[in-house]
Design a binder for this molecule. Structure first.
Ligand code: BG6
Length: 490
């Protein structure tokens, strides 16, 4: 096994002019610069197709920061310190000669380097071969790839094969930016540092679990890409299944990458596959039609720019699944995600079991159990709903539910919610892989998605429609209420 612990200060960003860089990565570098997290020696080479000069790149980066960093956080001194770290190399990544040009640009830089591929997976092979041909693959360099790693199990295996042809697993950083989010990382602390929860975190203590990632945005200019993917591949395959893994995994032996990844792999291995019969009661897929979000008219999915009017690609899914192991046997896990929904909400809700004998009303009817809400958006917070008695001499047997809340933005006086990329960029520089996916995780998640999509296709269940600005198709409500439960709403 190759040790990759050397701190890196030479970084190559492929696709520096692309959407991901402009919207997410450049702002993340900005916040790291603002927080004095970057070493003075860090240099970043941006690689793109366009023939532009270093100073044109710097202007583009400046504009991107002005667009994607709120003006109250933008400090021109920090902007200029950051963009001075950047230089540019225009490359046709499919042409092996380009890599000699790239090599000349970095020949005096410190080794090893990190190569971040914010580009289409179609180009991964050319880049790996090109870097290797130019002698830029060294034992300690790191290669970073973004989701989606493939389109299905077969294509993800092909990509992984291409990567391991040149790089050891310890050099490969597969990103799911959800794992960089502070509250997601906090899940590990919440679960394993609080004995209160650890004794209840199993089928004896938990009634059901919900994981929701709703977005109010539609597909807009990503239609071509998205239509070939759909919401299950785009959101569930990585983001939602990763959240599920962190909720459900056993305590890792240590907090290192190997221990955490191997526990996540075990969860994915135990995840129940849906078959044709279970689709009707466990899977709903939908597509948005036109409607209003926040009072503004939005076209339906098939009427977005560049859309194919007969597309049946899903923009919404809700799924009931189970983890078939000793800890979770019989506990339903509900996953729900959609585009153009009423509001952007990302949350995990753990519904604890209620006590059997309830003394607060005459019928001794049971009350719902406590609820733990872990919110990633719009706030980053953890809140436990507890029952209390309202103040008042005549209110002995009345109870109310109140939140015990930890709002990280307020308690830690954060200026803004980090996107997740800050933490991941630092881990790449420092050689910490614990928040990156290993090959097995990616492939098991694809296998489960392939099986689910096949079962759906063979079941002849229809695609349901929902209005833009709503909470998804009605059938998604039935998926959970049929079991006597409800989606948690604030
Ligand atoms: C990306 C998906 O991985 O995550 C997008 O491809 C989605 O479709 C985005 O919009 C959501 O990320 P976040 O951090 O805004 O919840």
């Amino acid at each position: 096994m190759i040790e990759s612990l050397k701190i890196i200060d030479s970084f190559v960003l492929y696709g520096v002019l692309g959407d991901l860089s402009v919207r997410k990565l450049i702002p993340a570098w900005y916040y790291l610069e603002r927080d004095s997290m970057l070493s003075d020696s860090l240099q970043i080479l941006g690689v793109g197709r366009k023939e532009i000069s270093d100073s044109e790149l710097k202007n583009t980066l400046k504009k991107s920061l002005e667009t994607y960093v709120p003006s109250e956080y933008l400090d021109q001194k920090i902007v200029s310190t950051l963009i001075d770290r950047f230089s540019y190399c225009s490359c046709d990544l499919q042409n092996p000669n380009s890599y000699q040009k790239l090599k000349l640009k970095v020949q005096d830089w410190n080794m090893p380097m990190a190569h971040y591929l914010a580009i289409s997976p179609r180009l991964f092979e050319s880049v790996c071969d090109g870097l290797s041909g130019a002698g830029l693959v060294t034992k300690e360099c790191r290669i970073v790839v973004e989701k989606p790693i493939g389109y299905d199990l077969e294509s993800s295996q092909e990509i992984n094969e291409k990567l391991i042809k040149h790089f050891d697993e310890s050099q490969i950083y597969r990103i799911d930016h959800y794992l960089g989010k502070e509250t997601v990382q906090n899940l590990i602390t919440l679960r394993f540092a609080n004995s209160l929860f650890s004794s209840q975190w199993n089928s004896k203590g938990v009634e059901y679990v919900e994981i929701t990632s709703a977005e109010s945005v539609g597909i807009e200019d990503r239609w071509g890409y998205f239509d070939g993917m759909g919401q299950l591949r785009d959101m569930v395959q990585s983001h939602l299944l990763q959240l599920l893994c962190l909720i459900a995994m056993e305590p890792p032996n240590r907090l290192d990458d190997q221990s955490i990844r191997s526990e996540k792999v075990k969860v994915l291995e135990a995840l129940k596959s849906l078959d044709e019969e279970s689709i009707a009661s466990s899977f709903v897929s939908g597509q948005y039609t036109d409607g209003e979000v926040d009072g503004v008219y939005k076209p339906g999915y098939v009427n977005e720019e560049g859309a194919r009017p007969d597309s049946k690609t899903e923009t919404f899914v809700s799924i009931k699944t189970e983890i078939q192991n000793w800890r979770w046997s019989g506990v339903p896990f509900y996953l729900r995600t959609g585009k153009r929904m009423e509001t952007k909400t990302t949350q995990i809700v753990i519904h604890f079991k209620s006590d059997g004998h309830y003394i607060f009303n005459e019928n001794k009817e049971s009350l719902n159990g406590n609820t733990l809400i872990i919110s990633l958006h719009p706030t980053e917070s953890i809140s436990l709903q507890v029952f209390t008695k309202p103040h008042g001499v005549d209110k002995h047997s009345i109870i109310r539910s109140d939140p015990m809340s930890l709002d990280f933005i307020k308690t830690q006086q954060l200026l803004n919610i980090p996107s997740g990329y800050q933490s991941l960029l630092m881990d790449i520089l420092n050689g910490n892989q614990s928040l990156f996916l290993c090959r097995e995780e990616v492939e098991l998640a694809w296998k489960w998605c392939d099986e689910t999509l096949d079962a759906f296709k063979n079941s002849n269940q229809e695609l349901f429609y929902y209005k833009a600005g709503s909470n998804g198709p009605r059938e998604s409500e039935a998926l959970i209420t049929n079991n006597g439960y409800q989606w948690y709403e604030e």
